[in-house]
Each structure stands twice: as C-alpha cells, then as structure tokens.
Write a protein that binds this ligand. Sequence first.
Ligand code: PLP
Length: 398
Amino acid sequence: MNRHSDWSSTIQQRLQRQQQQQRQRQLHAYAVAGEGLLRDQASGQTLINFSGNDYLGLSQHPQLLAALAGNNGNNHENTVGSGASRLVTGTRPEHAALEQALAELFERDAALCFSSGFVANLSILQALVRRHDVLLLDKLSHASLIDGGQLADGNLLRYRHGDVNDCREQLQHSSKTGLRVIASDGVFSMAGDQAPVRALVALAKAEQALLIIDDAHGIGVLGDQGLGLLQQEGLDQDAIPLLIGTFGKSFGLAGAFVTGTQTLIDYLRNVCRGLIYSTAPPPPLVQAQLTALKLLQTESWRRNKLHTNIAWFVEQASRAGVPLLPSSSAIQPLLLGDNQRALLAQETLRQQGLLVVAIRPPTVPEGTARLRITLSALHSEQQLRQLLDALAKLELSA
Ligand SMILES: Cc1ncc(COP(=O)(O)O)c(C=O)c1O
C-alpha cells in the first residue's frame, strides 16, 4: 500500500491553508498609464501607484530605454544575451565599465555585478560563511539575506531588530574560531527605518567581524549624492568592507552589484555560485545600468523632489493623525496588524483609484500586516493629498 498521499492533493491542501490564513497571493497585470500611474489590465481602472520601488521615477527614462534598445552610440554587435557566464566568455566591455564606474562612484576598490539583488545576497553569504563561521542577521532582514544565511554552511544567528546589544551578546557567545560576519539591510524594506550602522561598525571593529550592508532601498534616496545610508553616515570602505546594492529600485532597472575591498571582490569572483554558474547580465541592460549611475549624478532634482514629497507626506500625515511608522525613507508604512484589516484597507483605497498593496506574513512578522506606502519623485502634491485624505478617513472608520 502506498503510504504517501498523491502530490496533487498535498499541494492543493497547502494552497488551501494559504487561503484560510488570508495569505493567498495573486498576480495582477498593470500597464503603465503615465507618470506614477498604472492601469489594471483586468478591470481597466487607472490607479496612482504607491507600491513601487521606482523612487526616482527612472524606469521610464528615455536614456535608459535608448540604452536598452542598444541605441546609445555603442555597438553591441547585435547581441542581447551575453551568451555565457562571466568567467567563461560572457564578460563584455559593458560589464567591465560598469564595475569600474561603481567602484569609483562608491569609492571602493572594486565591484562585481549580479543578475539580481536576490541572487547577489544568496551567493555572497553562501560564499563567505563556511563551516565553523558565524553569521548574524537582523530579525527583519530581507528574505534574500535570510535565505543566503540558510544556504551557507555556518551558524546563522538572528538578533532583535536594530538591537546592537543583542547582536553583540550573540556574537560574544558564538564560536571564536571561524569568520564572524554581520549583515544587515541599510534601509529595511518593509519598515522603511534605518539600521544602526554606526553602532554596527563599532561592534564589528571591536569583534573583528566582517560587516556587510545591503542598501537596496537607501541607494538613490539617502546621502548628499544619493549614494545611500553609508554616504549619509559618512562610512567608508574601511568601516563597511562590503556594500550591496540593486538596480531594481531607485535605478528603475533590474540587476545588482556588490562593491568593496579588492580582496573581498577577488574572493567573491572566484567563489560566488550565482556569478559563476549563471549567464552574465545582458550587455544592453548593463549599458542602461551605467547610464542610470550617470543620471543619479546629473539629475539630482529627482532626489530633491522625492525628499520634498517625503517631508510633505510625513508632516501632513502627522497633522491628520495618520500613524505612519517612523521613517525618513521613501517607504512609509501604516501598520494595521490583522491580515483582514490590511486587505480591507487596500480594497477601500483601490476603489478610490489608489494602489497601495497590503503586505502580510510571512513577508512581515505575524500580526503586523501593513499598507506599505512608497513615495516617488513622480508623485504630485495633489496625488499625495488624495492618498492622505483617503488614509485619514480609513483611520476614522477603523
Ligand atoms: C533589502 C533588499 N535586498 C535585496 C533585494 C532583492 O533585490 P532584487 O529585486 O534586485 O532581486 C530586495 C528587494 O526587494 C531588498 O529589499
């Protein structure tokens, strides 16, 4: 007799469990309908998008579109794909130019590009944290850091969110023999708050641990030139030897990078499985990434506009009694707690033409479902006002 239930009913049961917990996910197709606007393909409704990561509004930039079309004066020899992994024959002049530009811009020795931030985090942590090594991660770390830690052979420890003392205690009680690594998001993706980077730097120095910051949501937004949380805090390569960033958020594209000391980058180039065993990013995309780096410097008005929007929204929300979580980044969450309540709020806003997606467990801890509002340089004051008015009413009726 077969003791196993058939695979189809097992998967069906798992899916039903997702449904019962109000965790079921659906894909909606949205067409771009103008600056900051999306049109729901199914219903035809046009919505103001408050749930994207295109913080600077670069995703529709003509120069990026031209670069992706191979239309920027460079000769891509009519290739779209790179045809091989980086270490075989897939490295093109575009990859080399991008890595050099990243190292120069972030004032680090060298850089390495990846196909996505998720892949970068998986492979970097797997490469660095080996048997007898210890990795410390913040409890609210992005899924890709957690999965990278689980993929690694070393001991994964999680400290309370933003709690450097807890991190210190766990580090001091851990093995002293292997490498010790601390990794944290710079700006936390679902809360919008910032890691206590200065205190983490002091701890890492005192404990001779390697500190890695993934500033996916800080780069483009924070710092005098938009170079992120580390620029805002004046932390150089000596303080933070590895900095990870993505092209999927402020740069309006896709792909990612790591930049840091020559030794670390040389090591990662030799060991990262997500680099070695994966096709190199398409050269036109890499050319667009290079262009986006330039736009970050030449179109600083985008960052200024974003900050005007953030300041206006935070202040007006406070006046209107809308209790946003404390955040000075583009991510401005409204905690609602219960999954059902968050879904209801999402629906109420949607009926008013406002797209704010409810974020539920397991993306956030149980009982902390929220509306993750994101602001962009593309939003007008009138659009922000519309959202705020709707949120204020939501709160009153909750
Ligand atoms: C902190 C953080 N790291 C990494 C990633 C993954 O980056 P990508 O979208 O390039 O895969 C994300 C994206 O959500 C993120 O928030």
